[in-house]
Design a protein around this ligand. Structure first.
Ligand code: M6R
Length: 596
C-alpha cells in the first residue's frame, strides 16, 4: 500500500499562469514531504498538462506547463517506491480527471481490485483509485460535484483530495480528516483562489482564509462554494484574517537551519515562558481538578510528554500519564469528561495527534495543547492553547521547539504546585545559562568529540529520572540526522540485556544531573566502561569515568533535561555533517507527519 503524506495546493484564477504560483506554494509545503512533486494545469485547449519530478521541488527543475487553473502536490511515501509514476497528480483512464491527495485510503485494496476489472492503473498508489472512482460516477450520470462526494464517501480513513477536471473550469476539494484551507485574494478586481493543506502554502499571497471542515467539499470557481457532503446543503463560511508574520525564514549566517535553530535556543526559552499567568493558573486548576491527565505526542514531542511525568511528579507531586499519540486509542476507556488530554506538537498537524484528540473529544474530555505553529489543526480543536513562540522550525529534526515545550511543561507544573513565581524565576535563570552555554568554543568542543566517533555504527545514551526520556530523545536526534544506530536507556536498565552490545570503543553518552541520581548514573557509566565503552559524559562536573566531557550548567534536576539535551543536539548535527548528510532534510523523513 502506498501511504502518502504530503502537501496539496490548488490555484484558480483567470489572469496569470498557475505554474509559478503552484511551484512557489509547493516549496512552502516541502516540510510535509520532499520525495517527489508534480502538478496538473488546465491548458487553453481544455486538456490537462501534467508534470512530475522525483526530488525536492526547491532543488529540482521542472518543465513549465501552461494554464491558469491547476493543482500540485509534494509527496512523502512510506510504502510504494519514490518514482515518477507514483508521484501525484494521478489520473483516470480518460486522462481528464487529475487528483492530488493527502491521507491513507484504508480500503484501497478492495476498491482497486474492484476497479481493476474495468480500469487501467498507472501507479502503485492508493490515491489512484480516486480518479477512477470519479470517472465511474460521472459515467453513471452524476455531476462532477456529486461524483466527488460519492467517491469521498467510499474512502475509509483520514483523507483530503483536490480534483481538476479537463471539461470544467473548476477545482473541487473534499475533506475528511486531513486539513484543507482556502485562501482568497482580490487583485485588480479579479479573484485568485488557493486551496492547500496548510496556510503556509499561500500566506505570502493572502492572509484571508476560509476553513474547509470534515465532511465538506468546496467548489472553486470565481468564488468558493462550500457544501455539506451529507445534506448537500450550501454552507456559508466566515472570511478569517490570519494575523501571522510570514516573512521568509532564512538560515542567516548559519550553514544549516538545524544549527541556526539550535543556536536560537539562546532566546527561545525566554519566549516560551512568556505565557499569560492567568491562563496558566486556569489550566493548572483544571489539571488539579481533573480525573486523569494524559500527555500525548509523537516522536520527539512524545519524549517531552514522557518528561512531563517526571516534571509533574517532582514539582507538583502529581501523577500524569504519558501515551504516544499513536497508542492513545487503547486508553479511551479511561477517558471521562473530567479527564484532560494535553497534546504536545511542534507543527500541530501530526495525524496521530489529531486522531487521538478526536477520540478525546468524542469522550467529552478537555483538550489542551502546547504547539508552535499558530492556526494549526491541533490549536484549532483545543480548548486551551499554549503557543511556545519558538518561531518557524524548518529543520526536520526538532531542537528549539523541544526545549521550549519542556519549558512550558515545567511552568505548568509549577503553576499546579502554586509556585508559578518560583518556576518563572528558575526558568529565567535557566534561559540565561543556556545563552552562556551556546558559544562558539562550546560548539567547537562538541565538533571535536564528533570527529572522534562519527565512524561508529552504534551508540548508546543513558540517563536516569528526567534524563531517561532525554536519553530516548537523544537517540532520536542522533539517528535521524546521522543515521547512526543509537538507543537510549534508563541507566539501570542496561545491565538487564543491552549491555551485551557494548564492545571495545562503543560510544556511550551519559546524561548526568547533580542530584540523588548522580552517583547511580556514574556507576552505570563505569559498568559499561569496564566492558570497553568510550564514555561521553554530559555533566556539570568532570568525572574519571568520562573519556570525553561536555560541561553543562549546574541546574536543578528537572532543568537538566534542557541543558543536557542541547549538547546532544549539537553532537547529532556534527555527526550528520561529518557523515556527509543533508542534516536539514534527512532521508525518508518529513517535518510534519500527516498520516497515521
Ligand atoms: O510536529 P510534531 O511535534 O507533532 O511532530 C512530531 C514528530 O514527528 C517529530 O517530533 C519528529 O519525531 C521529529 N523529526 C524529531 O526531531
Amino acid at each position: 500500500m502506498d501511504f502518502i503524506m504530503c502537501g496539496i495546493i490548488g490555484f484558480w484564477n483567470i489572469e496569470k499562469q498557475a505554474f509559478p504560483v503552484i511551484i512557489d506554494s509547493l516549496k512552502k509545503l516541502e516540510y510535509r514531504g520532499y520525495d517527489s512533486f508534480g502538478l496538473a494545469v488546465l491548458s487553453e485547449s481544455g486538456s490537462l498538462n501534467i508534470e512530475k519530478q522525483v526530488g525536492k521541488v526547491s532543488e529540482t527543475k521542472c518543465n513549465e506547463v501552461s494554464g491558469k487553473i491547476g493543482i500540485g502536490h509534494t509527496r512523502w511515501a512510506t510504502h510504494g517506491k519514490v518514482t515518477e509514476k507514483n508521484t501525484h497528480p494521478h489520473i483516470d483512464c480518460s486522462r481528464k480527471i487529475a487528483v492530488v491527495h493527502n491521507g491513507i485510503i484504508e480500503n484501497f485494496q478492495e476498491l482497486r481490485n474492484e476497479l481493476l476489472r474495468t480500469h487501467k492503473f498507472f501507479s502503485e498508489t492508493d490515491t489512484e483509485v480516486i480518479p477512477h472512482l470519479i470517472e465511474d460516477e460521472i459515467r453513471e450520470g452524476f455531476s462532477l460535484k456529486q461524483a466527488v462526494i460519492n467517491t469521498g464517501k467510499k474512502l475509509k480513513g483520514r483523507n483530503a483530495f483536490v480534483v481538476l477536471h479537463a471539461d470544467t473550469e473548476e477545482i473541487i476539494a473534499f475533506r475528511n480528516g486531513s486539513p484543507l484551507i482556502v485562501g482568497l485574494k482580490k487583485i485588480n478586481g479579479f479573484s485568485e483562489i488557493f486551496i492547500a493543506s496548510d496556510i503556509q502554502a499561500f500566506l505570502h499571497e493572502t492572509k484571508e482564509v476560509m476553513y474547509l471542515d470534515d465532511d465538506q467539499i468546496v467548489i472553486i470557481k470565481e468564488k468558493p462554494e462550500f457544501y455539506d457532503i451529507n445534506t448537500n446543503e450550501k454552507i456559508e463560511k466566515r472570511l478569517i484574517k490570519i494575523d501571522i508574520d510570514f516573512s521568509p525564514v532564512t538560515k542567516g549566517d548559519y550553514a544549516h537551519f538545524m544549527l541556526k535553530e539550535i543556536m536560537d535556543q539562546k532566546q527561545t526559552l525566554m519566549k516560551a515562558i512568556n505565557q499569560n499567568d492567568r491562563e496558566l493558573m486556569h489550566v493548572a486548576e483544571e489539571i488539579n481538578n481533573s480525573r486523569g491527565v494524559f500527555f500525548i505526542g509523537c516522536g520527539t514531542a512524545a519524549r517531552v510528554c514522557h518528561t512531563a511525568e517526571y516534571v509533574f511528579s517532582s514539582i507538583a507531586d502529581k501523577h500524569v500519564n504519558f501515551v504516544p499519540a499513536s497508542e492513545f486509542g487503547n486508553y479511551k476507556h479511561f477517558l471521562l469528561p473530567e479527564t484532560l488530554v494535553i497534546a504536545i506538537s511542534q507543527s500541530g498537524e501530526t495525524a496521530d495527534v489529531l486522531e487521538a484528540l478526536k477520540i478525546a473529544k468524542e469522550k467529552g474530555s478537555k483538550v489542551i495543547s502546547i504547539v508552535n505553529v499558530q492556526e494549526s489543526s491541533v490549536s484549532k480543536i483545543s480548548d486551551y492553547v499554549f503557543h511556545i513562540n519558538a518561531g518557524p522550525e524548518k529543520a526536520v529534526a526538532s531542537t528549539k521547539a523541544t526545549t521550549s515545550q519542556i519549558a512550558v511543561v515545567i511552568l505548568l507544573a509549577y503553576a499546579c504546585s502554586g509556585m508559578l513565581r518560583e518556576g518563572d524565576r528558575l526558568l529565567v535563570d535557566l534561559a540565561a545559562k543556556v545563552n552562556d552555554m551556546l558559544n562558539p568554543r562550546y560548539s567547537e568542543h562538541i565538533k571535536n568529540i564528533a570527529e572522534k566517533i562519527y565512524q561508529k555504527e552504534n551508540m548508546f545514551i543513558i540517563g536516569r529520572g528526567v534524563n531517561y526520556p532525554m536519553a530516548l530523545e537523544s537517540a532520536i536526534k542522533i539517528m535521524e540526522v546521522s543515521y547512526i544506530h543509537a538507543q537510549g536507556f534508563g541507566g539501570g536498565e542496561l545491565k538487564h540485556g543491552p549491555i551485551a552490545l557494548i564492545e571495545e570503543g562503543t560510544p556511550v553518552i551519559v546524561l548526568v544531573s547533580n542530584d540523588v541520581s548522580r552517583d547511580e548514573i556514574i556507576s552505570n557509566a563505569i559498568e559499561v566502561k569496564s566492558r570497553g565503552a568510550k564514555i561521553i559524559g554530559i555533566a556539570p562536573e568532570n568525572n574519571e569515568a568520562f573519556d570525553y566531557w561536555i560541561k553543562t550548567p549546574d541546574t536543578s534536576e528537572i532543568s537538566s533535561s534542557i541543558v543536557n539535551l542541547i549538547p546532544v543536539q549539537l553532537l547529532a548535527y556534527y555527526l550528520g555533517i561529518l557523515r556527509g548528510h543533508n542534516v536539514d532534510y534527512p532521508r525518508s523523513l518529513a517535518k510534519s507527519v500527516t498520516v497515521k
